[in-house]
Ligand binder design. Sequence first.
Ligand SMILES: *Cc1c(COP(=O)(O)O)cnc(C)c1O
Length: 420
Amino acid sequence: MQAEQFKIKKMFYQTTADFLQHESANSFNNEMILIKGARAFEFEKISAMLQEKSHATILEINLDALVHNFNFYKSKLAPQVKTMCMVKAFAYGGGSFEIANTLQFHRADYLAVAYTDEGVDLRKAGITLPIMVMNVEVQSFDNIIEYNLQPELYSMRIIHAFLNFIATKKSQQQYSVHIKLDTGMHRLGFVKEEIAELCILIKSNGKLKVESVFSHLAASDESAHREFTLQQINNFNAICNEMEEKLGTTFLKHIANSSAIVQYPSSHFNMVRLGIGLHGIGNTAEENDGLQMVSRLKTTITQIKKVAAGETVGYSRKAKLNRESDIATIAIGYADGLSRRAGNGAYTVTVNGHEVQTVGNVCMDMLMVDVTGIACNEGDEVIIFDSRPSILKLANAMQSIAYEVLTGISQRVKRVYVNE
Ligand SMILES: *Cc1c(COP(=O)(O)O)cnc(C)c1O
């Protein structure tokens, strides 16, 4: 035994079972815990025991599945095509740092966030990849420079403001920026008519290094808009060529989001932007066959009770029971991101492998489901979604899309990361 080599407070156990017998989740409090060992030791039993402590609503994030999906998209790209991973909005709800860190380790080339604060948080957490910030505003230029972030410049107003800002800096360095073009989305971006003026400004000023020029597809996931999408790609290509000629430099060019990668190979240029696909939600059968779902939202049953026929359940007495029912109250509500639209039978959750309907209105922190005839107990796990069909069904019940389901899961829902 090498026990003497450890000069700290220590405990040793012969087997995993031995540890589990002598320790409980209560042995630990407010501690960072690293669980490490060969598969044969079945340490997942230890992590399961520790998680039992929080009978809470949990968003489980499978980082192995994330890496699998990242590699799936990479396999669709020519080897020189770079990847920019979109980690805006808390990385689609999955947790900015953990997801960014995993992608950095697996050699993504760039990250992108929506707001400067999101980029600052990643830098403070130690992320070193280049980070593009999309919605920059004048007030955030200080942090853009201080934290080595790269702004998206999308209008004459913002580029002039940025040039004025860097003019106050004594440094002779060039600042890396990304130029956003509007090719049909009509959100942010320079339009074709502004390109000549834009190029003169960039060239004469000399302090901007154009890392990339990019645009965004409005409907790459809808085959009905195929012609429009191809037109956007063509227009983008033409403007990029014009800019390269006028600026006398080359730069990265990117227009493809996840769904464009598989369906529009001509959209790859030399970088693509990966978002929802990383989370296992694709758009075509080919894509979905190759992807793995990353997140699983789950909670537990707080109470089960028999409620007589004729009684009502929940606020506004919305659900009137036409039979005696077993009603389970589960620990998730609209404040966790489960929309009220999922109430009154509009959605089913899974209890011990059975799909059970919501009953009555969704409350702020709770929700009732009908478990009549189903073997279950208080404390049992309830799966809200854990697959692409189930998240799409929820999105549908919410009259929304999977993006909103994922990004709407509130911060109070604990994120638990799973990887091998
Ligand atoms: C969010 C975002 C993406 C990612 O789109 P997905 O459909 O999630 O792949 C790409 N580009 C821009 C500009 C975005 O804002």
